[in-house]
Design a protein around this ligand. Structure first.
Ligand SMILES: Cc1cc2nc3c(=O)[nH]c(=O)nc-3n(C[C@H](O)[C@H](O)[C@H](O)COP(=O)(O)OP(=O)(O)OC[C@H]3O[C@@H](n4cnc5c(N)ncnc54)[C@H](O)[C@@H]3O)c2cc1C
Length: 414
């Protein structure tokens, strides 16, 4: 294996794959260094025991009508499913009457408007706030609104910046890949240019060439594109010598929230609507959102986020699944509960190369995305979902950030 490259890409998730593909068009000598034994990072599809694929991480092509990955994925032969998402429905109106659903939606829209108004004020005053300050004190719909935030941001609204939340752009189109988003994404990674099971521990930038230290030895590069999650930088799992404290601080301002999934096989799926949905409880934040029979397959995908998911992960393996089983039993009855069996659960906070699910800006920290994205010495470039100003937390945002960082590196190397 060569040990000197023009560009080394550290971390081969969506951002790293996007960067590598852009760099492949040049004559530059390029390598991707990936800590895991696989590429794709937080976009990962697994095949379950019954034989259908499930996405453990990213699943939805958000902003689908603008998403730069839709066309390449479709052209590569994957099946892009354009049916509308399930998440505002309540199957059988179970424990959630149509009137209540309308009232909840109105509260949801009202909060969105308040957030945008507060962001406009913040743009003039420079003063950011947590989204929770805009919620009606003691408001009836605060618990499900916070539960929504725990899925959407991976954190409750008290930890979410108004400015950053308002900056996120979502066109409202949400499509899926039948074979799995993770499978489709990894199709675009060129294995010949990637070393897996090769974590980078330190990037030395005190000499004429950059030196990247890995347990498999050191290699050098003229430029490096850092595509690791913010948690890896803020926890010091990848360091720089000399240190770059501004980057670690920016990464800490953009922590990874937590979202986890539980996959439950249904013995008699016929009684459940295809692409149905159930809100768990509407009177509490510690609840899950349930996607019933995705693609008509015989399973339920439970989605848990924020403090609820974190607490359950900390209880140990199986706690997320036990929570989902119990809540579904309360919603649908014990007979229904007996027909469910656990196919698997994710534990993203305990994944050593992610330490969480997706980034959100802490109140006052929206500008950290720009700080994190800025190059150092015109040879250390930064990408990853957290560096995208408007499509953060997504695969397509990560991908686009990788392309942006690759263009910066190409320009710097002439
Ligand atoms: C449960 C869940 C649901 C989600 N749902 C969606 C969704 O529906 N739609 C959507 O668009 N997005 C979704 N996301 C978010 C999306 O998965 C991420 O935003 C995106 O995949 C991030 O890509 P990335 O390249 O920035 O980071 P990552 O995918 O994390 O890639 C970074 C890579 O760096 C590697 N790495 C870490 N440290 C080192 C090191 N020291 N040396 C070398 N390599 C290292 C990691 O192993 C990883 O492969 C979801 C995420 C989760 C967890």
């Amino acid at each position: 294996m060569k040990d000197h490259f023009d560009v080394a890409v550290v971390g081969v998730g969506a951002a790293g794959i996007g960067a590598l593909r852009r760099l492949a068009r040049t004559g530059l000598e390029v390598v991707g260094l990936e800590a895991r034994g696989r590429v794709g990072g937080r976009a990962h599809t697994l095949t379950t025991a019954p034989g259908f694929p499930v996405d453990c991480g990213a699943e939805w092509l958000h902003s689908a009508d603008h998403n730069p990955l839709v066309d390449p994925i479709a052209r590569a032969g994957f099946t892009v499913d354009r049916s509308p998402p399930h998440w505002m429905r309540q199957a059988f109106n179970q424990h959630f009457t149509p009137d209540e659903q309308r009232a909840y939606r109105a509260a949801f829209d009202a909060l969105d408007e308040k957030v945008d108004a507060a962001a406009r004020i913040a743009a003039k005053t420079g003063v950011d706030r947590p989204v929770s300050e805009l919620m009606a004190p003691g408001g009836r719909w605060n618990p499900p609104l916070d539960a929504f935030s725990s899925y959407y941001n991976g954190a409750e609204f008290d930890c979410v910046s108004v400015v950053d939340y308002s900056a996120y752009q979502d066109s409202g189109g949400n499509w899926r890949v039948r074979e799995g988003y993770g499978t489709a994404l990894s199709h675009f990674a060129d294995a010949d240019r990637i070393m897996t099971a090769c974590p980078v521990t330190t990037i030395r930038h005190d000499g004429p060439a950059l030196q990247l230290e890995t347990p498999r030895g050191a290699l050098t590069a003229r430029a490096v594109i850092v595509c690791v999650p913010t948690s890896i930088l803020s926890e010091g799992r990848l360091t720089f010598a000399p240190g770059l404290p501004g980057k670690a601080e920016a990464a800490a301002g953009l922590p990874l929230g937590l979202a986890d999934k539980v996959f439950l096989q249904v013995a008699e799926p016929e009684g459940l609507p295809v692409e149905g949905h159930l809100f768990g409880h509407i009177d509490r934040t510690e609840t899950a959102s349930y996607h019933l029979r995705p693609f008509g397959r015989p399973y339920i995908e439970a989605f848990l986020g924020g403090r609820c998911a974190r607490g359950l992960e900390n209880e140990g393996k199986g706690a997320l699944a036990a929570f989902a089983l119990e809540e579904l039993g309360q919603l649908m009855g014990s007979d229904f509960r007996r027909g469910l069996s656990v196919l698997g659960e994710t534990r993203w906070a305990h994944d050593p190369w992610a330490l969480g699910s997706y980034s959100h800006a802490l109140p006052g920290h929206a500008p950290d995305r720009q700080v994190l994205a800025a190059p150092v010495e015109e040879r250390i470039f930064f990408a990853g979902e957290a560096t995208h100003a408007t499509w953060y937390s997504t695969v397509h945002g990560a991908w686009e950030s990788g392309e942006r960082a690759a263009d910066e590196a190409i320009a710097a190397l002439g």
